[in-house]
Ligand binder design. Structure first.
Ligand SMILES: NC(=O)c1ccc[n+]([C@@H]2O[C@H](COP(=O)([O-])OP(=O)(O)OC[C@H]3O[C@@H](n4cnc5c(N)ncnc54)[C@H](OP(=O)(O)O)[C@@H]3O)[C@@H](O)[C@H]2O)c1
Length: 290
């Protein structure tokens, strides 16, 4: 039995892990967010580890406001990197495993074939720089798994899918960028993958290192938006526009498709196509509204 500390548990990914916890009742879960355990406080982390005999941390806590980070990089760095160093230090003291989540925004988007984990990182944004610094901090723990993911969405929190559903009901037409290519990730699928990492760790079969995880398939934000409207039965038209016509404070990689061969080989995960997972999320959202 593992004693799992889930940080940032009120976020999208943390909530998906909460949903999965009953299936993995042979482990003991400690779900915390900033009110219960602020990961920028090393003494609090250390006390939590000692009090609860933590031997696995899944770090879902993060500063995820990508555009805001451009003007507040210090706070983003504190949460996305310095705090990860604190978690890594407690992991070392308690021989615990650290499962950390990172992002496709560590890449510059200049590739034209799917990124492998060993592709040089070159973040374009403050958020990407702080997440890359967080990866380096996480790797200081003895047993580290980093899952770089992309375009995360779920029925919880704010994300592209929920924004499109809202706008799709309010407007007759929308402009969405078609020149950023990637793959969405349903947070429920990532949570499943994380639990497979935890299960392997419990059997002493952890495969350490950096891995990529997103849903299968490739699309642009425009394709994704169109599919959301279609699946949700919304008549709102979606028009493709270029990123230069939708300026944002933080630059985004124009291509960030992730090669997932390594995570499939190491952890035997079956990854659904993004359309299949989008359908599940939309069903869940519809059920929660009925
Ligand atoms: N969202 C995406 O599209 C995306 C894409 C690629 C990678 N990722 C990565 O995936 C991971 C999970 O993302 P997510 O979308 O689930 O994030 P999220 O919904 O923003 O959740 C993050 C949670 O961490 C909490 N938190 C912030 N500072 C904290 C602190 N000092 N101590 C403890 N908790 C703190 C947040 O609380 P507050 O809300 O109160 O700040 C929030 O509940 C993150 O590492 C993120 O960088 C996300």
């Amino acid at each position: 039995m593992s004693h799992l500390l889930i940080t940032g548990a009120n976020g999208q990914l943390g909530n998906e892990l909460r949903k999965l916890a009953p299936v993995f009742s042979h482990h003991r879960f400690f779900f915390t967010d900033v009110a219960e355990l602020d990961i920028t406080h090393p003494d609090a982390i250390e006390a939590f580890f000692a009090d609860n005999r933590i031997n696995v941390v899944v770090n879902c806590a993060a500063y995820t406001a990508v555009d805001k980070a451009e003007s507040d990089e210090a706070t983003a760095l504190l949460i996305n990197a310095t705090a990860v160093q604190y978690l890594a230090q407690s992991c070392i003291r308690h021989q615990a495993t650290l499962v950390h989540v990172s992002t496709d925004y560590v890449y510059d988007g200049q590739a034209c074939t799917p990124y492998s984990e060993n592709h040089p990182a070159a973040p374009l944004s403050a958020y990407g720089r702080t997440k890359l610094a967080g990866e380096k901090a996480a790797l200081n723990a003895e047993k580290t798994v980093i899952l770089r993911t992309a375009w995360l969405y779920s029925a919880f929190g704010n994300n592209f899918v929920k924004t499109m559903l809202r706008l799709g009901k309010e407007k007759e037409a929308l402009n969405v960028v078609f020149d950023q290519t990637g793959a969405p990730t349903y947070a429920a699928d990532l949570a499943q993958c994380i639990m497979q990492v935890v299960e392997k760790d419990a059997k002493d079969e952890l495969v350490r290192g950096i891995f990529h995880f997103s849903n299968e398939g490739v699309c642009s934000w425009y394709d994704f938006a169109r599919e959301i409207m279609q699946m949700a039965g919304l008549t709102c038209a979606v028009h493709p526009i270029e990123s230069k016509d939708y300026p944002t404070l933080a630059a985004r990689p124009s291509y960030s498709v992730l090669n997932k061969a390594a995570v499939k080989k190491a952890y035997g995960v079956m990854i659904p196509h993004w359309r299949e997972s989008l359908g599940k999320c939309l069903d869940e959202l519809a059920a929660s509204q009925s």
